[in-house]
Design a protein. Structure first.
Length: 133
């Protein structure tokens, strides 16, 4: 994965690479929200395909220390502005999944999506997370 920032403002980015996923027709489902509420922060999506992973990127302008809720795996737990979280495994059968974390009162933006596997569920092996940075 190559990422290049060429803007003039600050850049807060998170990059993840997942193997075994379809190379087109993604995402399986997606949601973008903003929130001025207090924690916990949660996004719920319903996957269409079996054996999807759910991924959420939580961003805020304020520093915070996130703590994962049940069913949520933080991939960069020391981050304090942008947090990458995922389901920690496949969602099977296809259906509703919620990712969330707790922190203080924050204004936040969240982008969540489900990633469909490349193979049909009858031939699917677990999708592995290769790298997050």
């Amino acid at each position: 994965v190559v990422y290049t920032f060429s803007g003039t403002a600050q850049d807060y980015s998170v990059i993840a690479s997942y193997t075994g996923v379809k190379q087109s027709g993604q995402p399986d489902a997606s949601l973008a929200t903003t929130d001025d509420a207090t924690s916990p922060y949660r996004d719920t999506l319903t996957s269409v395909a079996d054996n999807c992973w759910m991924v959420s990127i939580f961003g805020t302008q304020n520093s915070f220390t996130p703590e994962a809720e049940a069913g949520t795996t933080l991939r960069n737990p020391s981050a304090n502005i942008i947090v990458l979280a995922d389901s920690g495994g496949v969602i099977t059968p296809a259906g509703s999944k919620t990712l969330g974390f707790t922190a203080g009162a924050l204004s936040s933006a969240v982008v969540s999506l489900t990633i469909a596997p490349a193979l049909s569920s009858g031939h699917q092996k677990n999708v592995l997370t290769l790298g997050v940075g």
